[in-house]
Write a new protein. Structure first.
Length: 282
């Protein structure tokens, strides 16, 4: 693994802060991430933001195929050079954005679900997670690096400030495990915060007794849209178009105090509430 400082200087590239370009310079962490990603010899790995190939190479040595996504065209030549120098020939580099990729098509081409890996830029981490959640029939699992603060939100439990909409959605459809923490000094340039790597295993059965998943997601959005308000008021003042009296009645009928707030509800309570509210709009 060539030092990113040396590689960037040789290619005359300055990291772009708005793209969250902090390159891994400690090879121990990419190797650890790849080893804990559950990759089999027949698997296809979709890597988000391949950068200079620090993680791409150890992924490629374990997978049948790696599809490496990189939106910064300046990084593609040094990335290809590093792959060639490492002797890996099973990597396809695509200059594309994960949010615009047809995951179903990629999974169908490989005749099995994808494993997703990558170091997610903080500015679009939430968007990427939502995209994976909505397209998880094409994804078996993911091992992703986040800024530590966001990772803590994803792991959060009810009755905490960190517990929010994204927490509920992700915990509803996947099992979240902690892989490792990565200190800021492991990157070049050094970011201002540490990172955390999480593993996500998407459930084979998604419903958990949910009658309408799309509606559930809307209920969660409504509940957290006005998180300082009580559940009754948050639901009544949302796009669900449910009157305050009806919302209060349905909450009580399902043993949920209308004066509770969104961050106090468990995943199963959100499912229960969503089922009760289904068909009650208008």
């Amino acid at each position: 693994m060539t030092s990113p400082r040396i590689l960037l200087k040789a290619w005359g590239i300055l990291p772009k802060k708005h793209l969250g370009q902090n390159f891994m310079q400690n090879p121990l962490y990419p190797k650890m991430i790849a080893s804990r990603a559950g990759i089999g010899e027949d698997d296809t790995v979709l890597e988000i933001g391949s950068g200079l190939g620090a993680l791409t190479v150890p992924l490629a040595k374990r997978a049948k195929r790696v599809i490496a996504l990189e939106v910064d065209k300046r990084l593609v030549p040094p990335l290809r050079s590093e792959l060639a120098a490492s002797g890996v020939a099973n990597v396809e580099v695509l200059e594309q954005d994960i949010r615009r990729i047809d995951l179903d098509a990629l999974a169908n081409a490989g005749k099995r679900k994808l494993i997703v890996a990558g170091n997610l830029p903080f500015s679009i981490s939430s968007q990427i997670l939502i995209a994976l959640i909505r397209n998880r029939e094409a994804v078996s699992s993911a091992v992703l690096m986040f800024q530590k603060e966001l990772a803590q939100r994803l792991e959060a439990k009810p009755h905490t400030k960190a517990y929010g909409r994204l927490t509920v959605l992700l915990q509803y459809c996947s099992h979240i495990g902690r892989v490792c923490d990565v200190p800021s000094k492991a990157f070049f340039p050094k970011p201002g915060v540490d990172s955390r790597v999480l593993s996500l295993r998407f459930h084979d059965t998604y419903s958990k007794g949910c009658a309408d998943e799309a509606f559930l997601f809307n209920v969660v959005k409504a509940a957290f849209g006005k998180r300082r308000k009580t559940l009754k008021n948050a639901i009544a003042k949302s796009e669900l178009t449910i009157a305050s009296a009806a919302a209060s009645r349905i909450l009580r009928e399902n043993d949920i105090d209308p004066n509770r707030r969104a961050e106090t509800l468990s995943i199963q309570e959100f499912v229960k509430l969503s089922n009760a509210l289904t068909g009650k709009t208008g």
